[in-house]
Write a protein that binds this ligand. Structure first.
Ligand code: C5P
Length: 269
């Protein structure tokens, strides 16, 4: 399958001017638009679009506003991550992947726990689009391992005997065998997943909290710098930006922290 647009830029190896590092950081920060309607989402994007390039549309916004909310974001040149965490029978997920690809999103999620047949069907759906030449750029498929809100007690409550870390590793290995290279995992497991994927892995990490930020319902968290140093390709940040009194200023502070971390070479494998 042709590799979609390169999503995983390499880390700065030598000292680079701070302005370049902030630019590099900008390519790796995804703002979660977890708001209840299109008007609030577009207002937030207008506030943030000079600072941020990637926006994540998740369940709350997508269910309220539908696919129409994606169009203006793509039209304004933003990169859209559609985070619907698909989990259904292979045929249904393959159809959903085709529909999502047609919206022009650059990344999308499905649950690794859907199993190898579901992941393979999703990849085959994209390959079909590529073979038919229907789209220039295909979205990157990301397999969600274990949600960052799940701690040991939550994992046990759904009948899994393993620790969250062990479960993440099992799902990442299974995903790799099914041909996936993109994963969503918590900052606490990203080094482990990176060691499995090597530099080609596209690792998207939520559960990011700058020092002093409210934790909310997240459990397995880290600061932006810690997550990048552990091997994250992209960071997903919601409330620390969207609920800040000045979202653009909060995003800029996070980008500065990311830029400092990018000065240090990342864990490569
Ligand atoms: O507000 P906060 O920074 O906690 O938002 C994190 C975002 O990342 C939410 O939109 C959530 O759905 C998403 N996410 C997550 N854990 C995952 C996958 C996605 O928190 N494993």
């Amino acid at each position: 399958m042709p590799i979609p647009e390169r999503l995983n830029p390499t880390f700065a190896s030598a000292r680079q001017p701070v302005v370049d590092l902030v630019k590099e950081a900008r390519k790796r920060l995804i703002v979660a638009l977890d708001v209840p309607d299109a008007a609030s989402a577009l207002a937030l994007v207008a506030e943030l679009e000079n600072t941020c390039q990637w926006f994540k549309v998740g369940l709350e916004l997508f269910i309220a506003a539908g696919p129409a909310v994606i169009k203006p974001l793509v039209a304004r040149g933003h990169s859209v991550f559609l985070d619907l965490k698909l989990h259904d029978i292979p045929n249904t997920v393959a159809g959903a992947v085709r529909s999502a690809a047609a919206l022009g999103v650059k990344m999308m999620t499905l649950h690794a726990a859907g199993g190898p047949a579901m992941l393979t069907a999703a990849r085959a759906a994209l390959e079909g689009i590529a073979e038919r030449g229907e789209l220039e750029k295909l979205p990157e498929l990301l397999a969600v391992t274990v949600l960052t809100s799940m701690d040991q007690a939550q994992v046990k409550a759904v009948g899994l005997g393993r620790s969250p870390g062990e479960q993440v590793e099992l799902l990442a290995r299974m995903g790799l065998e099914a041909g996936m290279r993109g994963f969503v995992c918590s900052p606490q497991e990203v080094a482990r997943v990176r060691s499995l994927t090597g530099p080609e892995g596209v690792l998207v990490v939520p559960g990011i909290r700058p020092a002093g930020a409210a934790i909310g319902d997240q459990k397995r968290i880290a600061t932006p710098a810690e997550a990048l140093r552990s091997g994250a390709s992209f960071l997903v940040v919601g409330r620390p930006i969207t609920q800040a009194s000045d979202p653009a200023e909060a995003a800029e502070a996070i980008l500065r922290e990311m830029a400092e971390a990018l000065e240090a070479p990342a864990l490569e494998a």
